[in-house]
Design a protein around this ligand. Structure first.
Ligand SMILES: Nc1ncnc2c1ncn2[C@@H]1O[C@H](COP(=O)(O)OP(=O)(O)OP(=O)(O)O)[C@@H](O)[C@H]1O
Ligand SMILES: CC(=O)N[C@H]1[C@@H]2OC[C@@H](O2)[C@@H](O)[C@@H]1O[C@H](C)C(=O)O
Length: 385
């Protein structure tokens, strides 16, 4: 089946679209990557999304308009990736997260992704699965991270245990035990903390808005990290909290950065040292969470997401985990840039095949359930029986 996966993450930089051919089910799942493209948001739409993520108030009418403006961008991405031809049978659209609240004691979590699937189905004529997180959250889960289940199906290795580390706005890990191990521990996954989000916000602030990210980590590489600050920040609750855990821009956002900048000021750090220290925090939070929460350290680490292009960050991760090879998922045959979009194509395919998509060990949900709601296209010609 030809499926399009659409994803825009916590960096809010644009929509990743992947066109894939999928067959099999879980252990025999095969995915052939046909095309991948990133479609940046128009800057006014990106600003609106970031404002809402930052807590800006919105009338319901403006909210509805934003929801469908995002859906229209997603639909256009789906049309563009097919080069104007209707070749896909199904779309899996993650949408744009604008709010994420993990479950609190007995209260259910809440996670809101805009870009409603019904509009995407209508504008593309292709049945669209959307709203993937809700079913997991309804039974006590975090609704995140969801991709580790797909990582387990596509990247598990017979003899090597692996950590697949996504470094988007937020970082998350999937621990995949070697499949031939005699007593394999279960697959695990959780959000490790900030990926690029604090770096992006800091670069924008320190460059007075002239830059949006630290390309290749070149700016951070010119400074020395302040270890004392990194050690202090790592003591914070999120980093110490046991998995299952998830987070977002609500926690690691503007006000978090402001506190970091106040701390950095107390140490009289210059801009390059601030960026080096925030880069070190991302690296250290990843290494700390492996050492603290994994049953054993992995044989290999596979990076993906935009942060895998940040050479300074990659180097910091490697030096914190010196004996474990750090590479990218490309080296294991899966696109590091489009893995998350591919994963939402797989999750849509699993929904269509009535295969549960969540992993209770990872999200904390009480059981494995079908993820996503199916929005049939108005024109029945692309509805899948
Ligand atoms: N060449 C590069 N050098 C450094 N950083 C980069 C580079 N390319 C991308 N990035 C970083 O990656 C970010 C985008 O990553 P990605 O698209 O994986 O995030 P996302 O999908 O929004 O996040 P999430 O996985 O949290 O949902 C950019 O905001 C930037 O910080
Ligand atoms: C609520 C939400 O959108 N969470 C994202 C975010 O970005 C990374 C991390 O935080 C992860 O939990 C999740 O995304 C990936 C795609 C996931 O669900 O696996």
């Amino acid at each position: 089946m030809r499926v399009i996966g659409l994803m825009s993450g916590t960096s809010v930089d644009g929509i990743d679209a992947a066109l894939v051919e999928i067959s099999g089910s879980i252990h025999d799942l095969t995915v052939q990557f046909l095309a991948g493209e990133t479609y940046p948001y128009p800057s006014d739409l990106r600003e609106k999304i970031l404002a809402v993520c930052g807590g800006a108030a919105l009338s319901m009418a403006d909210f509805a308009q934003l929801d469908d403006a995002i859906a229209t961008q997603f639909a256009q991405a789906a049309l563009s990736i097919q080069n104007g031809q209707a070749i896909a049978d199904l779309i899996g659209s993650h949408g744009q997260t604008v709010y994420h609240q993990p479950p609190l004691k007995k209260e259910l979590g809440y996670s809101l992704q805009l870009g409603r699937g019904a509009t995407i189905a209508d504008q593309t004529g292709i049945t669209t699965v959307s709203n993937f997180r809700e079913a997991d959250i309804a039974i006590g889960g975090h609704g995140a991270p969801l991709v580790p289940t797909v990582d387990a199906a596509l990247l598990s290795h017979p003899t090597y245990s692996r950590c697949v580390q996504n470094i988007g706005g937020i970082g998350n890990v999937a621990y995949l035990p070697a499949t031939s191990a005699t007593q394999p521990s279960p697959m695990r996954g959780w959000d490790t903390g900030p990926g690029n989000v604090l770096l992006d916000l800091a670069v924008e602030h320190l460059s007075q808005g002239s830059r949006t990210y630290d390309q290749d980590g070149a700016w951070a590489a010119t400074g020395e990290p302040c270890q004392a600050l990194v050690d202090r920040w790592l003591q914070q609750d999120f980093f110490q909290q046991l998995p299952p855990k998830s987070t977002g821009r609500e926690h690691f956002g503007q006000s978090y950065l402001q506190t970091c900048l106040i701390d950095a000021n107390a140490y009289q750090l210059n801009p390059a040292e601030i960026l080096a220290t925030l880069t070190e925090l991302t690296a250290a939070s990843i290494a700390h969470s492996y050492r603290t929460f994994l049953p054993q350290m992995p044989d290999q680490i596979l990076l993906c997401g935009g942060g895998s292009r940040n050479l300074c960050l990659k180097q910091r991760i490697q030096s914190r985990l010196s004996d474990i090879p750090v590479m990218t998922t490309d080296e294991a045959g899966l696109s590091a840039d489009f893995k998350e979009a591919i994963a939402f194509a797989v999750l849509a395919y699993w929904r269509h095949r009535k295969i549960p998509g969540n992993s209770p060990e990872t999200t904390g949900a009480s059981k494995a359930v079908l993820l996503g709601e199916i929005n049939y296209a108005r024109e029945n010609f692309r509805v899948i029986a």
